[in-house]
Design a protein around this ligand. Structure first.
Ligand SMILES: Nc1nc2c(ncn2[C@@H]2O[C@H](COP(=O)(O)OP(=O)(O)OP(=O)(O)O)[C@@H](O)[C@H]2O)c(=O)[nH]1
Ligand SMILES: [Mg+2]
Length: 324
């Protein structure tokens, strides 16, 4: 057991009660890249796990092209889901909102009308992307580690280009790809292999006439793009403007949240540990981890956890390089 200093203990206490200020300060600790932060994170994680009275929250990912309506959808979905289940708590993590519009609509009028800023069951946070391509990275992972220990459901909004599709699949229990009518997105996504990533599709802006043709186009390309599926994955047709089709999507999300996250983020630690090694030590680090330490999963187990592995990795590779 790791002793928490009184200040950190009070912070964890506040965060667990979903006090907004405490949650925000805890998040900063999980984003902190300074040398002392991992030890404090390990203490917080241990404290939360030891005193947990619930299983980890489910992570839902919303990815898709800029402007497809991810933020507008989220501001409606969160309100509806909280109304549908009054024991539910939701945290939204928006990674690299690419426009000012989305920053604004993230806390849309509808949300503001329904919930006061100190509503504990709903929490918003935005975070800069870790690469120009909108990628998630170790600090999105870290923040999710915390949020899944506090909230029943964590929703991540990320722009669907480049690295972020691969990452979101590693972070979320269920990934939704948001498309808009006749964006040519289907073709682009087919080419980029992105259509293989999501568990379900959301064709938003169904209030626009072009959406009918887009729906059939998307459905048609599914067999071709995803020969590995037994069944066509769900395609939800929604309008975040009129509310059309949101009920089915919400039922899908709520079903997933109630089913629980299973192994949750612990199972995702090796991937993000590998990303951390790449960031900190480059290819030399990656090779050392794979060839000398038996890979990320084995190393995390032998060190006894994520932070312990982070702490041990530096000295190990430094010694290895000094001898080489
Ligand atoms: N007609 C129509 N417009 C919508 C719908 N949903 C969102 N919009 C509009 O589309 C624009 C972009 O919406 P956002 O929610 O900011 O889209 P986003 O995907 O979050 O955008 P980024 O974060 O910049 O990638 C806004 O002007 C919205 O009002 C919809 O269902 N129908
Ligand atoms: Mg947005």
């Amino acid at each position: 057991m790791i002793e928490l200093d009184p200040e950190l203990a009070a912070l964890v206490d506040g965060a667990r009660r979903l006090d907004k200020h405490a949650v925000a300060r805890c998040i900063s600790l999980f984003e902190d890249r300074r040398a002392g932060a991992p030890a404090r994170r390990a203490a917080v994680v241990e404290q939360l796990d030891r005193t947990a009275d619930r299983s980890p929250g489910t992570v839902l990912g919303l990815t898709g092209t800029p402007g497809s309506g991810k933020s507008t959808l989220l501001s409606r979905l969160t309100v509806d889901l909280l109304d549908a289940d009054d024991a539910l708590s939701i945290a939204v993590l928006a990674v690299d909102p690419s426009s000012q519009v989305s920053g604004g609509s993230l806390l849309g009028d509808r949300t503001r009308m329904r919930f006061t800023p100190d509503e504990r069951r709903l929490f918003f946070r935005s975070q800069a992307a870790e690469s120009d391509l909108g990628g998630l990275g170790p600090s999105s992972f870290q923040v999710c580690r915390l949020l899944t220990r506090l909230f029943d459901c964590v929703m991540i909004e990320t722009v669907g280009i480049g690295q972020s599709e691969a990452d979101i699949r590693h972070l979320a229990d269920r990934v939704y790809l948001v498309l808009q009518p006749l964006g040519g997105d289907e073709v682009q996504f087919l080419k980029a292999g992105i259509i293989e990533v999501p568990h379900a599709f959301i064709l938003n802006k169904c209030d626009e006439p072009a959406s009918v043709a887009s729906y059939h186009q998307l459905r048609g390309s599914m067999w071709l793009a995803r020969p590995f599926d037994d069944q066509i994955p769900p395609i939800f047709r929604t309008s975040a403007l009129t509310g059309e089709g949101l009920g089915e999507l919400e039922a899908d999300m709520l079903g997933r949240v109630h089913a629980g996250a299973g192994a949750g983020l612990v199972a995702r630690e090796p991937y993000f540990f590998g990303r951390w090694v790449d960031d900190e030590w480059g290819r030399v680090g990656g090779r050392f981890l794979a060839e000398r330490l038996g890979g990320a999963a084995a190393y995390l187990t032998s060190c006894g956890g994520y932070e312990a592995a982070q702490g041990a990795f530096g000295p190990a590779i430094t010694e290895h390089l000094a001898r080489a």
